[in-house]
Design a protein around this ligand. Structure first.
Ligand code: ACO
Length: 330
């Protein structure tokens, strides 16, 4: 009998209706469609107007449950990757549990790993399944970066969009499922990409170390992040290939975090992958952080780009620094 592991039995995604095109951003900051397209590959992104993170997440999760033909009552675990929750607490997962009528009493919690949030959550859920006890897990990646962007900073506001993606991970002893996954972090490099947030001080603290005004906004060293992203994502895929004695040519589809088309192309080139082996939808959604991989997976599945037996590879990179990967046999 094969080992116990998680299998993606259903996938869903949701993006807000409102489309902000590059032409729309041209009216807000000094930029051009030509610059954004050439430097990032992004043509438009979706922006939420009045939906909470948990509501966006629940819409994607509902679709994943329907695709897996799994009732919310049968879910044993909810894990959400997000850095833009509705509140400091409760977790987004608890709100989704309530919203979808998932059984009270099961564990539901969030993971903070920025753009690697979904793969961190997937890794964690798979390990719960492998340990026994959890048969069906709901794994969500959701972020609403439009709320943490400085919309006067052209170097960052053009890059991101809002959305959510989700999968149901079901216990299996079959040949298909998550073959391996790896998660990593390097806190020494946190200043490359961060959002200070709005945590206040207590009356006993000296305030000078706290973030100043505009502390709610994302900050990024774009150029350095670019180089580290290419290097770490390339290395993470090699680690996954090695763990499974696979070659790059065995990958039917690589679904990388959608941060920048130039990063995606450079990672593909490093591994000698053809353009048909690498999925991208960054032109329509921009970087949706933790949501980017499950949204892309959902689109790839709906477009019939994945068939039974295929080796599908996921890889991500984000603030922390964090990076993660997973190899799946479909
Ligand atoms: N429109 C026009 N010009 C711009 C814009 C813009 N929107 N943004 C920056 N510029 C200018 C800069 O001011 C600079 O001008 P200068 O040469 O006069 O100083 C010039 O364009 C070049 O700027 P660079 O930063 O060198 O441009 P680069 O080619 O590096 O592209 C980018 C910038 C797109 C941000 C790129 O560095 C990148 O994609 N970095 C990685 C981003 C990323 O992966 N983030 C991960 C997020 S994951 C997570 O966890 C959230």
């Amino acid at each position: 009998m094969s080992e116990l592991r998680g299998r993606i039995s259903g996938c869903g995604s949701y993006v807000p209706e409102f489309i902000l095109s590059n032409a729309g951003i041209e009216k807000m900051v000094e930029t051009t469609d030509a610059w954004i397209t050439a430097r990032t590959g992004i043509k438009q992104r979706r922006i939420t107007l009045n939906e909470k993170t948990s509501v966006v997440a629940a819409k994607a999760a509902k679709e994943a449950l329907a695709a897996a033909s799994v009732s919310p009552r049968d879910i044993d675990l909810v894990i959400t990757g997000t850095v833009t929750p509705d509140m400091v607490f409760p977790s987004t997962s608890c709100f989704v549990q309530q919203e979808l009528g998932i059984r009270p009493g099961i564990p539901a919690f969030d993971i903070s790993a920025a753009c690697s949030g979904f793969l961190y959550a997937l890794d964690c859920a798979d390990k719960y399944i492998r340990a026994g006890g959890v048969k069906k897990a709901l794994v969500i990646g959701v972020d609403i970066f439009s709320r943490i962007l400085d919309w006067t900073d052209r170097a960052t506001c053009v890059l991101f969009g809002d959305g959510a993606g989700a999968v149901v991970l079901t216990e299996t002893r079959g040949k298909s499922g998550i073959l391996s996954s790896h998660i990593h972090s390097d806190g020494r490099q946190w200043e490359m990409l961060y959002t200070p947030g709005s945590i206040g001080s207590n009356p006993f603290e000296e305030r000078k170390h706290l973030p100043g005004p505009r502390n709610a906004y994302l900050k990024m060293k774009g150029n350095e992040t670019f180089k580290v992203a290419v290097r770490t994502m390339g290395g993470a895929i090699k680690e996954e290939l090695q763990a499974n004695s696979l070659k790059p040519s065995d990958i039917a589809l690589l679904i990388p975090h959608q941060a920048n088309i130039r990063i995606i192309d450079a990672v593909g080139e490093r591994l000698g992958l053809s353009s048909g082996q690498v999925f991208s939808n960054i032109d329509r959604y921009g970087n949706t952080s933790a949501a980017s991989i499950p949204i892309a997976l959902d689109e790839a599945l709906k477009a019939g780009k994945i068939k039974k037996g295929d080796i599908v590879m996921f890889v991500s990179f984000g603030g922390g620094l964090t990076w993660a990967s997973a190899a799946v046999r479909w």
